[in-house]
Structures are given as C-alpha cells and as structure tokens.
Design a protein. Sequence first.
Length: 148
Amino acid sequence: MDDEQATAEVRARIEESFARQGLMRHLGARLAHVAPGRVHIVLPNRPEVTQQHGYIHAGATSAIADSAGGYAGFTLFPENSSVLTVEYKINLLAPASGDYLEAVGTVLKPGRTLTICNLEVFAIQGDQRTLIATGQQTLICMNGKPDR
C-alpha cells in the first residue's frame, strides 16, 4: 500500500488544502507522500519548533500527526467534502530529536461519516528511524461542504 500513489486529482486536492494550512506553513512542514489512505508529513528540526531542552516540541509533533491522519482520511473522502478531526490521542514515546520528524497517518477503518486513523511519528537522524509517538484519531467527513 505504501508504494501506491494517489491519483493526480486526489493529490492536487490534498496539496491545495495543505497549502492553505497556516500552521503547517508556519512550522515548516511539508507533504512527503500521498497514497490512498496514507499520508506522510515531514518537519525539519529547527530552533523555532523546539522546546526548552532542544527537543522538537510535543505541540509540533502532535500537529503534524493530526494533519497526516486527517489528510490520509481525506484521500478517501468524496470530492465534494471536507475533513475535521473529531478527536485524537497521542502517546509520546521518546524525546523528539533528529534531523527531522516524519508523521505517518494511515486509515484503519474508513466510514461514510466517521473514519479511524493510526498516527505514527518517527525521528529521523541520518539513516536511523525511531518511533517517538503513536496515536489514534477519529475524523468526520463533512459531505457537501467542499474544502475550499
């Protein structure tokens, strides 16, 4: 599933929506992979996203996880719809340090109204990849409300 790519139309819809997210732009996050039911977002490690000990802040970690899951669900939603997070829970497993973080959102159970996603965030340092956060998310498909 990870090698599969989203259609050009779905990818464009995700990229256009992501470009309108002020927080992702402010953090310096970018889309890295868009597939049906799976989205990766990367966040470079820079001083503006760290906390007082030099680790990437839990708020930045959580924000990219939330967006990765939301867009993973959105890849499966009808064209004339939008997505909102209903709830999510995240467990921080290790301090977030490395060259960058990669959040991976994966749809566990798609639904007509509610969709459940798995969230993972990895710290990448060179060729080492460490799971630093995991979570679960519930999304709502707002059918008939385009994401524009």
